[in-house]
Design a protein around this ligand. Structure first.
Ligand code: GAP
Length: 439
């Protein structure tokens, strides 16, 4: 984990937030490469689950909603974690995450904790100039509620029939008691999820099918099934809205913890919004005429946790041959799935001489029209290959003096380190066959 956090900072994936002011605990900023990686994950997810399907549509709702939404959803009353405080050092912990009979993790003194107190995770804010209860609002604690509140509008405007889903991506906020472990648990985080609306008798079939879809999405992100645990959450342990939950957990370096969740939310949310708002959020089947409140299966994917596991799975250290015969050196390589890599290709002239750099710059410019392309002409070619390996660039294109004669460049593969001479005019097609093998 330390190596990954250090690489993430050194190479511009993720930085500590507000660092020049000494930082802000558990706040992180995505740097240039992290932003590309995160965006590629979000785009791939959107394409896979929304645009490539006929039964899904997206929305992009306001973060601050009418506070009545959170009353109806049960969040103001029940979105809580049990908080305990060490009576000696006043450190606060989640009672379900520590052994309250053991010594305090912070001061090491014998166990002496307060009784668990339900601490609400919703982030409060005030609308407008007055800071009293009439102006209190909340930053959304989950994306889901907008999909319920807008259900009728979306269904009618998109003319979708059950079963269909509404998807969303965006920021959520929770006043976590114990954030930590890099981007694993923060108070402000990115989420992508959908509510899949089904006939009440069909939820089990859809639940199983979405579990399968979540597994194949994780395959796509390069996550080994050996590192995953599918945890059926028992009665009494589930969120207040769920009748069945499977947590997809991952073996992080800091322990086995949640990565994603799949919940059967029944008609809990729509029914509560119907009762609180008076709106009709039912669906009438145009064929059978049956009118009912749809039930909901909800697959939910933390974006930051996806970034984290993609990086953890990708990180490899290995011995690689140097240019000296028989010698090896340590190479750090991020084997990020090619579709998700921040740069798809880097163009590297063998030297800074203008006859090479002018050709190389032209190649880079042509490639940029198709693929995120880096250009680097400083330091030895070996060091530049290592730099690209460390940020997960699948292909490096090297321009040398022979290129001026034979109009070919050397393409090096990140994973195999094999090199191939390719006609400069055919580079785009060559890379397409490598990067988009099915197209
Ligand atoms: N709408 C359902 C819902 O929000 P959740 O299990 O509370 O369910 C969904 O959260 C996902 O959001 C989790 O599976 C995890 O990936 C991510 N997540 C939750 N809390 C987080 C936090 N504090 N920091 C980063 N990611 C978080």
């Amino acid at each position: 984990m330390e190596k990954l956090v250090s690489l993430a900072k050194r190479r511009g994936f993720v930085f500590p937030g507000s660092e020049i002011y000494g930082g802000l605990a558990n706040s992180w900023d995505y740097g240039p490469l992290g932003t590309e990686l995160k965006r590629n994950i979000m785009d791939a997810w959107w394409k896979r689950f929304v645009t490539a399907r006929g039964d899904m549509v997206g929305i992009d709702a306001a973060i601050i909603m009418n506070p009545k939404v959170w009353e109806a959803s049960g969040h103001t009353a029940e979105f809580t974690d049990p908080l305990v405080e060490c009576k000696k050092c006043h450190s606060r912990f989640r009672a379900d995450q520590i052994d309250v009979t053991a010594a305090c993790q912070s001061c090491g003194k014998n166990a002496d904790f307060t009784k668990p107190n339900n601490f609400n995770l919703m982030f409060k804010t005030f609308l407008g100039v007055t800071e009293d209860s009439s102006a209190t609002a909340f930053l959304r604690g989950e994306l889901a509620q907008a999909m319920f509140v807008d259900f009728k509008l979306v269904q009618e405007t998109s003319r979708k029939r059950i079963p269909f889903g509404i998807a969303q991506q965006g920021k959520c906020f929770r006043n976590e008691i114990t954030p930590g472990n890099f981007i694993f648990r923060t108070r402000e985080f990115n989420l992508m999820e959908f509510e899949y609306f089904v006939h009440p008798t069909e939820w089990e079939k859809h639940f199983e099918s979405w579990l399968g879809e979540m597994k194949s999405w994780l395959d796509f992100c390069g996550v080994s099934r050996d590192h995953l645990v599918f945890h059926e959450i028992e009665d009494g342990e589930r969120a207040h809205y769920s009748k069945r939950t499977v947590d997809i957990e991952y073996h992080y370096p800091f322990g086995q913890k949640e990565l994603y969740g799949l919940a059967y939310r029944t008609d809990f949310d729509l029914k509560n919004h119907i009762a609180k708002s008076g709106a009709d959020l039912s669906f009438t089947d145009p064929v059978s005429g049956e009118k009912y409140v749809p039930h909901v299966v909800e697959p939910t994917f933390g974006i930051d946790r996806t970034v984290l596991v993609t990086l953890l799975e990708a990180y490899h250290e290995e011995d690689a041959p140097t240019s000296e015969k028989g010698e090896t050196e340590k190479r750090v390589v991020l084997r990020i799935p090619k579709q998700l890599a921040p740069f798809k290709v880097a163009v590297l002239p063998l030297s800074k001489k203008t006859e090479l750099s002018s050709v190389a710059e032209k190649i880079a410019q042509d490639l940029r029209a198709h693929y995120a392309t880096d250009y680097d002409e400083t330091q030895s070619i070996g060091k530049r290959y290592r730099r690209q390996d460390e940020i997960g660039t699948p292909y490096c294109v090297t321009v040398d003096f022979d290129s001026l004669e034979d109009k070919k460049a050397t393409v090096r593969d990140r994973d195999s380190m094999q090199q191939e001479r390719v006609n400069i005019g055919e580079l785009v097609d060559y890379l397409r066959t490598k990067l988009e093998p099915s197209s």
